[in-house]
Design a protein around this ligand. Sequence first.
Ligand code: TYM
Length: 344
Amino acid sequence: MTATTGPDGAPKRRVFSGVQPTGKLHIGNYVGALAVWAREQHRFDSLFCVVDLHALTVPEAVDPGGLRAKVREVAALYVAAGVDPDRSTIFVQSEVPAHSELAWLLTCTTPLGWLQRMTQFKAKSGRLGSVGTGLLCYPVLQAADILLYETDLVPVGEDQRQHVELARDVALRFNSLFGEVFVPPEAMIRSGGARVMGLDDPTAKMSKSTGERAPGHSVGLLDPPAVARKAIMGARTDSGREFRYDEATPGVRNLIELYEALGGAESRDALAERLDREGKGYGHLKAEVAERVEATLAPIREAYARIVADPAYLDGILARGAERARDLAAPVLRRAQRAAGVGT
Ligand code: TYM
């Protein structure tokens, strides 16, 4: 059972977040999002969603036959990464129609200019030959996801900060037009590890879609140990012997941040001092990062194998999750519809 009150009987604050089920989930998704969800779930009433409707915003990249399998893979990875389905609610976005219904109401109150200014829209639309309207409206659907559950905090990586801030602006604008309907949310972003960079190019964010195409770009959460190790040992660091974070090259900084984010007591300063003292090179830093990555991924891989071996277990989690999500979303949608003058 999901506990919705804390030990003092006060309601727990609400957390909502999600992953788009496209491409290859990587260590950046884990560090920036999943690890934070798992770590913080005891303190909050959390909902974690697999946002399959968002995957449709680049229809050319979607294989309709493969999307359902990808949705299940991502949901299983939530659990494998430590999200406890008895504590947190895990569900699939398209199973709760209120997301699409609220998205329309919010689309009508969101100025076009706000959406055209979104960094991710500009980057993605610049790369595509044809841009669907869904890509422009992507952050409005994301705002609907968040606002439907009266969310206080949204744990995400740095790249999603702008979208969460937009969700807040969308809530405030709707409230100012129609009355106090929505809770304005805030992003929850860790200080180190919120933007893991590509191993092959430390000037570009590690990305699910690039990871699928370029083997040395990312470490996938389900990569076999030898593949993960090869990607890290091949990481671009440029030449040098500097381990101090502020002085190091972007590639070395990325490895140091990853090392730190994956735990252990040693801080980045202590690591730099030790490697300097030991007279080690960048190859040694990579080997230590590879070890920490393997220590993180081995239990995730094992848990994932157990979960997918029992499809009924995952079916149960998603059915219970969708039911609770529908129950929570219905009154908020109704309130928004009434405020805007539609529905019964
Ligand atoms: P998505 O699927 O691109 O990424 C999932 C989560 O992983 C984080 N992330 C990273 N963190 C650190 N380093 C990286 N290189 C890195 N790449 C990705 C993302 O910030 C995210 O937290 N639009 C969202 C999905 C979404 C959502 C929502 C999130 C839809 N509705 C409502 C929160 C709340 C997205 O595409 O994330």
